[in-house]
Design a protein around this ligand. Structure first.
Ligand code: BG6
Length: 494
């Protein structure tokens, strides 16, 4: 959580009865995101009564040894809210040695779960190549009140692999039991975005091709590949970030209002967007720029080139940056440039959605600096959860001059209650059986179809990423690409 007083959070009611099995409990994702989320929920009293959390991993580890290790890494990460994690988790925790895919795996899992409370949630924090081994261990129980499966993205490396995984899943479970997680949908800011669009009258009528000049979505990270070269080398920025996080945000910004907030209503509308995306041109007038970080300085510290990172091949052609122009080809949005961008080793960590409105039809005032900027709505996802609306206001004095001023809404300062981390929010939804912040199978299919087309085109034209210096906003070709769409990337405009 972002604040230190969980007891003030009255929007979370404890959940009493479930078994939560974390598969891949010793992995990087489990350590960085899922275990801290479980620890925070335990500390804030979210687990009560007959709850069980089983940490499953290949090696046999005593539960106290495992929790002591959890305690150490929470402390090392400076995690204030996880300070009392050990005593809070202990009553619910156990460990299970499970070598998925090896003889006897199913028996070992069943022995660990025997007689435990239901529903049983299997959280696959595993590389997707190992999903089959886990699914093979599950009994066919088509009842969401008894069994739920959580799958981390990316599901496979392309549409074909993803379809294979879905075949195994649907052989054992119903769609209502499957939680395809994209943690960006658990971020408070993304939910605010839905509220902004669907709970207010004043924005929705303006979100059309008549009024919007362009939309841009950026997820910039200052970190490099860290310890994840094994995964990242075969993923790259397009599969890792565009394929789900950024496409999901785009779908939420541009979808038609759903008939309700029920899972299928929302997913139906997102799906229409995902199916109507224009594939960017790789050659001709290029609409895509991919890059790979070279050495440089981030926050004043020297950092190595991607190719020099541990576990990365010295002649790697994996992209660590990508930006492209697409379009949502619907009546509402056709012709509006949509610019998407993500990269590692950028100068700072930030994520935002910018909606740039068109200028007024006939300017009557004089712009300061001779340049019109128009109205701009910026939804900041991180590091702060806030909203900025840039309006044009008259400057004091005799001249009829306008200058952009911003209306600023910082959600933390507004509510003054802790905001749960995305994983905490999504885990509580899984435990309550709420599917609306999770992806349906056909959304994943549409996302892969779009991404596969981009990757196939890049391969066909022999496109390889261009180098960029760490600590910059990526290759300069991206600025030119944005200018061709009549846009400037938002950090240039700040
Ligand atoms: C993950 C990606 O899904 O999202 C990582 O695999 C990335 O590469 C991370 O660093 C970013 O998440 P957040 O919440 O820190 O923006």
């Amino acid at each position: 959580m972002n604040a230190s007083n969980p007891s003030k959070d009255q929007n979370f009611c404890p959940v009493g009865q479930f078994t939560f099995v974390l598969h891949g409990a010793s992995g990087d994702l489990a350590k960085r995101k899922i275990i801290p989320a479980l620890a925070h929920l335990a500390v804030s009293g979210y687990f009560t009564g007959d709850a069980q959390v089983v940490f499953a991993q290949r090696e046999a580890v005593d539960v106290d040894v495992f929790l002591a290790e959890v305690d150490r890494f929470l402390k090392a990460a400076g995690d204030e809210n996880g300070r009392n994690a050990l005593p809070a988790l202990r009553p619910f925790a156990s460990t299970c040695q499970l070598n998925l895919g090896a003889p006897g795996d199913k028996a070992a899992l069943n022995a660990a779960l025997k007689g435990g409370p239901e529903p049983v949630v299997h959280y696959a924090a595993l590389p997707s190549a190992r999903f089959k081994n886990l699914i093979d261990c599950l009994d066919e129980i088509r009842d969401p009140a008894r069994l739920r499966l959580v799958l981390e993205k990316p599901l496979g490396r392309n549409g074909a692999e993803s379809a294979e995984i879905e075949k195994w899943v649907s052989g054992k479970l119903d769609e209502s039991q499957v939680y395809r997680i994209d943690h960006y949908l658990g971020k408070q800011a993304v939910q605010n975005l839905m509220a902004l669009r669907l709970g207010n009258r004043i924005f929705e009528p303006l979100l059309t091709r008549e009024h919007v000049a362009h939309i841009q979505i950026t997820v910039a990270e200052d970190l490099g590949v860290e310890e994840r070269a094994g995964f990242y080398e075969s993923a790259g920025a397009i599969r890792d970030m565009i394929q789900s996080h950024i496409l999901q945000m785009l779908a939420i910004v541009t979808m038609e209002p759903p008939v309700s907030l029920e899972a299928d209503s929302l997913r139906d509308e997102k799906l229409k967007v995902l199916r109507s995306l224009k594939v960017p041109a790789v050659v001709g007038t290029p609409e895509i720029v991919a890059g790979q970080y070279g050495e440089g300085y981030v926050r004043g510290q020297p950092v190595p080139a991607y190719k020099a990172e541990k576990g990365v091949s010295p002649d790697s052609t994996t992209e660590t940056y990508v930006s492209f122009r697409t379009e949502v080809q619907t009546w509402r949005w056709a012709g509006v440039p949509i610019l998407l961008r993500t990269g590692k080793r950028m100068p700072k960590r930030f994520a935002e959605i910018v909606i740039q409105f068109r200028d007024v039809p006939k300017p009557l005032f004089e712009p300061v600096g001779g340049m019109w900027t128009g109205n701009r709505l910026v939804i900041h996802l991180q590091p702060q959860d806030k909203l900025e609306l840039f309006l044009l206001a008259k400057t004091p004095g005799e001249r009829e001059r306008l200058k952009p001023v911003s209306l600023d809404l910082d959600f933390f300062n507004t509510w003054r209650i802790p905001v749960r981390d995305a994983y905490e929010r999504l885990i509580t939804d899984i435990l309550r059986g709420r599917l609306n912040l999770f992806l349906r199978r056909d959304e994943v299919v549409a996302q892969w179809k779009f991404v596969d087309q981009i990757q196939n085109d890049m391969k066909r034209h022999g496109y390889t990423p261009v180098p960029y210096t760490s600590g910059t906003y990526g290759p300069s070709a991206a600025t030119a690409m944005a200018l061709r769409a009549g846009a400037t990337w938002s950090e240039d405009a700040q």
